[in-house]
Write a protein that binds this ligand. Sequence first.
Ligand code: NAD
Length: 529
Amino acid sequence: MEVAVLKETYPGEQRVALIPASIPKLEKSGFRVFVETGAGDAAGFADQLYVDAGAQVVDRSELANVDVFLQVRSLGANTVEGRSDLDLLSQGKIVIGMCDPLGQPESIAEMASHGVTQFALEMVPRISRAQSMDVLSSMATIAGYRAVLLAAVELPQMFPMNMTAAGTLTPAQVFIIGAGVAGLQAIATARRLGAVVRAYDVRPAVKEQVESLGAKFVELDLDTGDAEDAGGYAKEMGDDFISLQQQKMAEVVAESDVVITTAAIPGREAPLLITTEAVRGMKPGSVIVDLAAERGGNSEPSRPDERVIESGVVVLGPTNLPSEIPNHASQMYSNNVARLLLEMVDEDQHLFLDLDDEIINGTLVAHEGVVVNHRVSDLLDATCEEVAGVANVDSQESVGVDDSLSSDKLGDEVTDHISDSVDMEDDSTHDRLPHDHDIDDKEADESLTEDPSNVGEAEDSLRGIEDDDDVLPHDLSSVDDENDDTGEQDLIEDGLESDIEESQKLELMSDDLDDVEESHEDDQDGLSL
Ligand code: NAD
């Protein structure tokens, strides 16, 4: 089995799909690893490191016979340059990468028409067994962190409170909208920098997670009802709800120095939560970082990858933050992708796609000439056979796939896996992770259906938002840093434990904050941080 790591071609992309530390594990399972010259340079992984790890570094022209190609951005996620890969990707080749299947379904159809077997890493089902392969969580972690740093650089104030002989500097007021993976990481990062943080999410279940990170959960008087689907994602809320949410949040937005928006609905445009009028209510010099800019934006003035100034407020719409921290982003991505690759090897060390396996099945979007994921083919507004130009997907003979891939069954399963069902097989192991959920099976389309009962009664006032000025910055130096920054640890096996440690650490931060607050009350004259 030969696997190749391609050099990324998307403009500005600095990540690499596989880092040297992942190679021994793959070789042990029977893979020969080839790396395109210079593939890891931008992420800090020179060719020699790959050679030392056992890979062969070769020119692109020498990769024609390879079976499996690893990429960060394959065609759908790289519509700018991705087509240049098609010369390597003949019939039967396997591509594993991000490809924005719900945003760029035409690209999946194009890959299918080339006979390429495409795995979309965005579609890794959110089940406990697949947590170590979950690139969306990995990249959202990096993006949430980086968004706070961008805001901190833009803000004409410091984040932490300082009491000095030259006077007291009040801490920055940060508001995080959307407390999923990116939002929780943004909360933790802003708290580490000493800001006073508030957060809101339509999923009431996240209140506890927000508070455990030392932030205050903003209680809007909105009937979120059953806003969370069975997969732990938010459901799409109706226009009336969003309009009320905009009104009720405007006051919190106006009080904030920094707003970071991360609100998203899988496969949908991002909800517009901050109107231009609300932005005008903010103090000049305030900063909005809109992580949803690529999907239409949570804030009206934001534009993808632009720095917009609206009434003195800086509005950033970065679309590729993980690439700005390419070393760690690649490390996480590499562990995710290697873990998935190891799922495709049988006992005899041969490539084997077990189409009954829910991870393989859920992640596969193009196979043997067919777009095999119904959400993708529905988006193409066509049947699978029309899209890929291959007749009769319901006949397994015609496409030579396992009957688990018959279009109806696959579509149902994929929709279940991606949007709705999370089968927590080992809650005892994972119950510290902030994104774990015990859930029931629900109808597949539930997550995408507006539920009118979610639209609550209007009330003009915000409730439960208390003055948080008494929250003080905290000293993180007392928090053990157990991260291994060498990048050499085996996160394939240890990633989960690292996540648990991180979760514990975040809890420690919260405890630490309490200590600092207490000590501050004892000594008001001291210099805080
Ligand atoms: P996401 O990127 O799709 O959305 C980000 C956040 O935006 C979510 O928390 C969502 O509730 C929120 N949101 C949507 N509409 C909103 C609105 N109108 N106002 C405010 N907030 C809004 O989600 P994500 O971060 O990828 O993951 C969401 C959840 O999925 C996690 O918190 C977790 O529960 C679950 N998850 C599970 C696993 C797993 O089990 N393996 C892994 C990752 C995530």
